[in-house]
Design a protein around this ligand. Structure first.
Ligand SMILES: Cc1ncc(C[n+]2csc(CCOP(=O)(O)OP(=O)(O)O)c2C)c(N)n1
Length: 644
């Protein structure tokens, strides 16, 4: 750290925080905020949420005996200040980089990261599990779950609270309420809170009751219980509901989450209270950094930026992103077909459905961070003649696996799933890679799965999906930009289950899907120069497979390489291998894709290179595969050496 930070320079771990006077905490917060802006302006990463959680992070580590006491952060993108305070400030500049710190919570990274996260709404359940373990093991420590208001739109939160309310064990939930998800939050309960915060009569009464209970330490729990009843009574009179209390939580708040002394005060007060406690903390996303306060949505996640202006250097105008092409195509199709509706789970911008929202607001639904509900909601729409396009990132659709099977596919409902961010996503890492969708969708009867080789094909596939009325269709495409190829007006319907042969060859057939088609073509170019000629097929459909094509390939080639940016286990290559195995074909299949491992974070280029998914990598995999055969390698290698 070149910079001088008055208090932070002497703070490395929470023990150091706890040695500070309460007066120093304010300076520490200012230091953490400055440091966070300084580092993230260079590295890029999540900014707004962390800035809003500075005081909360400091106060929590000040009051609780971490890591013995467990802090369980939801999602994890707000945990940069927590990372700064827990021995990682000197490595913060590596965040989200290859071999650097993770942008989320990661148990293997620090003992202070008690539970891995990246997907929303998990903290209360995980914390409750720790509470149950604590009781079983006869241990004594505090467990605190910190959940954002956006994450409170996820159903798991209520499953966890309901269970906690029944178990009645000591635990604390901090509701970090900044009234924002990534986009403006769509939480019906936020109206209740707005009223709560705006209602001075209730707040005054509440403060009095709270003061009273705080001053009656000597009388212990009994008086607190009576006071709580009084407090509950007041609330029912002056607030529209007592949701959390009904779930068995004692509610405290709202507390100003940027007043560190007040936070420390209330955390000390509730720390030893029995039973489930909820502390409602109001914060501001981007707090203390003007550009982030002014454009919270944009500065949620950022690329490196100028600290003074908050502006990132303009990237050279490249080809349009898949997301944008998708969003535009949805609007065009919706213009012609009034049955089309769009469904997003808290990601209107991220999925490109914001374009539909602008053009046809009445046919756009943001259901919150509620992928499961979103899918079944779409199923309901489909039963009544709507054509729902459910746009959810590949990784988040994992949440709705049963809903896809039970509510959509089993009833043959025409729901279109648009899976953005399929394949390796890069810096967000293992919690966010879209590495599994081909596997988890392929097994579902009646599901049509396609993946475009470029952005023009994405348009045609979306059109094809809308026309195909017989059941669910999934369309998966990668993060990032297309190729900038010229796009014709209108759309072309593709024959379901038909592949496209892009070049002919004699030595091997490379069967590729989606984003892997281009590198496969380039790999074939590299192999040409080495005297190996490959046929390259853009499979287009992972389900149904083009059996005629597979038949023709088997008749002409003894070596087939499948290429996908999905795990090889149960993915596209497995589908091809299953086909050939079913008819006992002698064709040898090499499945190339993401191995059966969780892939760390890094730039897409670094990860592709590591996994041999670049043109050069694919070429070397194909060459090795052919070499083994040419050498007359009749020895059957041990399974452990060939199973990826
Ligand atoms: C299951 C799931 N769906 C979507 C997301 C994408 N996502 C990341 S953060 C976020 C908003 C979270 O809002 P909140 O919990 O209020 O935290 P804040 O950023 O406001 O601190 C969303 C939708 C996710 N992480 N997990």
């Amino acid at each position: 750290m070149e910079h001088k930070y008055q208090v932070l320079d002497n703070v490395n771990i929470p023990e150091d925080v706890r040695k500070l006077s309460e007066a120093d905490l304010k300076t520490l917060c200012a230091d953490v905020r400055d440091f966070l802006i300084e580092v993230v302006s260079k590295t890029g990463g999540h900014l707004g949420a962390g800035l809003g959680a500075v005081e909360l992070s400091v106060a929590l580590h000040y009051v609780f005996d971490t890591p013995k006491d467990k802090l369980v952060w939801d999602v994890g993108h707000q945990a940069y200040p927590h990372k700064i305070l827990t021995g990682r400030k000197d490595r913060l500049h590596t965040i989200r980089q290859y071999h650097g710190l993770s942008g989320f919570l990661k148990r293997s990274e620090s003992e202070y990261d008690t539970f891995g996260a990246g997907h929303a709404s998990t903290a209360i359940s995980a914390a409750l599990g720790m509470v149950a373990a604590r009781e079983l093991n006869g241990q004594r420590y505090k467990v605190v779950a910190i959940v954002g208001d956006g994450s409170m739109t996820g159903g798991m939160v209520y499953e966890g609270m309901n269970n906690a309310g029944i178990m009645k064990k000591d635990m604390i939930v901090i509701l970090n309420d900044n009234n924002m998800s990534i986009a403006p939050n769509v939480w019906a309960i936020s109206n209740y809170f707005t009223e709560l915060i705006a209602n001075p009569r209730y707040n005054r009464l509440k403060a009095n009751v709270y003061e009273l209970t705080g001053k009656l330490d000597a009388w212990g729990d009994r008086i607190r219980r009576v006071a709580a009843r009084v407090e509950g009574g007041i609330k029912t009179i002056v607030t529209p509901g007592i949701l959390f209390e009904a779930l068995g939580f004692r509610y405290f708040g709202p507390v100003n989450g940027h007043n560190v002394s007040q936070l420390v005060h209330i955390l000390k007060e509730v720390k030893d209270l029995p039973g489930p406690i909820l502390v409602h903390v109001t914060t501001e996303k981007g707090k203390g950094y003007k550009p982030a306060e002014e454009d919270i949505q944009k500065l949620h996640g950022v690329s490196p930026f100028d600290k003074v202006t908050g502006v990132s250097p303009k990237k050279p105008g490249g080809p349009p992103a898949y997301t944008k092409v998708f969003g535009q195509a949805v609007v065009e199709l919706a213009g012609a077909d009034p049955t089309i509706v769009g469904v997003t789970a808290a990601m209107p911008d991220g999925t490109g459905l914001d374009q539909l929202q602008a053009a046809f607001p009445q046919r756009f639904y943001d259901v919150g961070i509620a992928e499961q509900h979103g899918v079944t909601f779409a199923a309901g729409l489909a039963t009544e003649g709507c054509t729902p396009i459910v746009a959810i990132y590949s990784t988040f659709l994992q949440r709705a696996f049963d809903q896809i099977i039970h509510d959509v596919a089993l009833q043959h409902l025409h729901v279109i799933f648009a899976l953005d961010r399929a394949g390796l996503v890069g810096a967000d890492g293992p919690t966010h890679h879209g590495a599994f969708d081909l596997s988890y969708l392929r097994m579902i009867p009646g599901m049509v799965i396609m993946s475009p080789k470029n952005e023009a094909e994405l348009r045609d596939m979306l059109y094809t999906a809308v026309q195909y009325k017989e059941g669910p269709v999934a369309l998966r495409y990668p993060r990032g930009n297309g190729f900038g190829i010229s796009m014709r007006e209108g759309f072309q319907q593709l024959p379901i289950g038909k592949a496209e042969t892009l070049r002919h060859g004699t030595d091997a057939a490379l069967l590729a899907v989606g984003a892997m088609v281009d590198p496969a073509m380039r790999a074939a170019g590299l192999l040409d120069a080495r005297g190996i000629t490959c046929e390259v097929v853009n499979m287009r459909f992972v389900k149904p497979l083009d059996l005629e094509l597979l038949e023709s390939v088997a008749a002409r080639f003894s070596s087939v390489v499948t290429i996908e940016d999905n795990v090889v286990t149960g993915g596209f290559g497995s589908a091809v291998a299953e086909c050939y195995a079913a008819r006992q074909s002698p064709v040898r299949v090499k499945r190339h894709g993401i191995p059966d491992q969780f892939i760390a974070h890094g730039s897409p280029e670094e990860l592709q290179a590591e996994l041999c998914l670049t043109p050069a990598g694919i070429a070397s995999v194909v060459q090795e595969f052919l070499k083994a055969r040419e050498a007359g390698n009749v020895q059957i290698p041990p399974l452990a050496s060939v199973v990826p």
